[in-house]
Design a protein around this ligand. Structure first.
Ligand code: AMP
Ligand code: GLY
Length: 425
């Protein structure tokens, strides 16, 4: 008999994982909590919030699952994996102490400095700090980071000195401290590393588009689109990122009382001379990076995730296809501010793959739900159209935008330039 698995979360990342698990030959039954309209099409949704730890453990027990995959960071920081493991249920995702790498940017920075991992310099600012001196130390642009989980919205990068100082002051008022980081020049890439005490493996690297507007203008978002593999991560950059960043972190995490078992998301900045450094660590899969990464895994996804959850990764290494993937996020009016919700999504939003001679495309749902019999928007990032091509990244882009043209949502918008750093217009 095949496995029963439970995915925790309800975004595009979780929909991509759900599709991968439904397609895993070793899996019989996929449950998602709370899920979205897209996951309900191919799996069973449960009405338990991703923040309700006790009820999630009970749900996993009642379903008698073989594995829980925790999508978002908040339940990991709150100890969901710890509770599941205490109850004998394998969980993909680190325990609470491991999740502090994302839960506290201050903690993560300290670990990196202790291990000699390349990263931006930092100043800790409190009500007693001399702010003028602090902002003049490195000058513009200023990178100000709140030390709280803020869904990608606790960071301001600005060339406006007044804006930087104002964000520093309001953050100190609410959190009593804030971090001011040295600005790193270069190109960003995301490396998702499957990791447990037995070993690690990097999935194909991707590049996200964090700013809301075309040409990378405007406010930071959770991510407006991504593609993989990202050519900026050359073999040499990859080799250096593994030896200078992943290897020391893996040794550190494996030596902890409870070893890290899950995805370590390494947010890389690659300088013009090809030196990688760390912008941030996350303790989960990226969103929308997962939508372009999971489809490139050609082996059984559940075998991989379960092996990590049980500390057996070295015995179950994955294999990858040579395909290219690109995803474009459709965002609701107002995003990344408060989005307009409850609008009807029309057209073809099915997540069944549309197949072409040398590729395929789908819709990954994120902020979607049902109102009566209609699919409606429920969040800022509503869905993403994803193209996978065996031919080229250009072709993957064509498939993604073609798929997106089939879906309509009043007031929504998307970036037309996903992949612009490597693709011509
Ligand atoms: P974080 O939440 O730490 O990943 O920051 C969000 C985004 O802000 C990153 O993806 C970068 O685009 C930008 N950013 C953060 N830290 C830096 C830095 N030290 N230098 C340049 N850009 C940064
Ligand atoms: N796309 C950025 C993140 O998942 O944090």
């Amino acid at each position: 008999m095949g496995r029963t698995v439970l995915v925790v979360g309800g975004g595009g990342r979780e929909h991509a994982l759900t599709i991968g698990l439904v397609e895993s030959p070793s899996v019989d039954s996929v449950h998602v909590s709370p899920g979205n309209a897209g996951t309900s099409e191919i799996a069973t949704n449960h009405n338990v919030s991703a923040s309700d730890i006790d009820s999630l453990v009970k749900l996993a027990q009642s379903l008698d699952v073989d594995l829980v995959i925790v999508g978002p960071e908040a339940p990991l920081v709150a100890g969901l994996s710890d509770e599941l493991r205490k109850n004998g249920i394998p969980s993909f995702g680190p325990h609470a102490a491991g999740a502090m790498l994302e839960g506290s940017k201050d903690f993560a920075k300290q670990v990196m400095l202790d291990l000699g991992i390349p990263t931006a310099g930092v100043q800790h600012l409190t009500a007693d700090s001399n702010l003028d001196e602090a902002v003049d130390r490195w000058g513009s642009p200023w990178v100000v980071k709140r030390d709280v989980l803020a869904g990608g919205k606790g960071v301001v990068v600005t060339e406006d000195r007044d804006e930087a100082i104002e964000f520093i002051q309001t953050s100190i008022e609410s959190d009593s401290m804030v971090l001011l980081e040295e600005f790193l020049e270069g190109e960003e890439a995301s490396m998702l590393v499957m990791m447990d005490e037995s070993g690690y493996v990097a999935l194909p690297c991707s590049q996200d588009h964090k700013r809301v507007g075309e040409g990378d203008e405007g406010l930071n978002t959770g991510g407006m689109g991504a593609y993989a593999p990202a050519p900026v991560v050359t073999e040499e950059v990859h080799r250096r990122a593994i030896s200078e960043i992943v290897e020391p972190m893996h040794s550190f995490l494996s030596a902890q009382e409870i070893p890290y078992r899950g995805c370590l998301y390494v947010g890389l900045m690659i300088s013009t001379d090809g030196s990688p450094s760390v912008v941030e660590y996350n303790v989960r899969f990226g969103d929308p990076e997962t939508q372009v990464t999971v489809p490139l895994i050609s082996s059984d996804l559940c075998d991989l995730l379960l092996a990590v959850a049980e500390g057996n990764l070295s015995k179950s290494m994955p294999s990858f296809s040579n395909a290219h993937a690109l995803t474009v996020v459709l965002a609701a009016e107002g995003y990344p501010g408060p989005p307009v919700k409850g609008r009807i999504i029309s057209g073809n939003s099915s997540s069944n793959w549309s197949n072409f001679s040398d590729g395929k495309s789908t819709i990954h749902h994120a902020g979607t739900g049902f109102l009566n019999d209609s699919i409606v928007s429920t969040g800022g990032r509503v869905l993403a159209a994803t193209g996978i091509s065996n031919e080229s990244l250009e072709h993957a882009r064509e498939l993604a935008y073609m798929r997106l043209a089939d879906v309509q949502l009043e007031g929504s918008f998307f970036r037309r330039d996903i992949g612009h750093k490597v693709l011509k217009k």
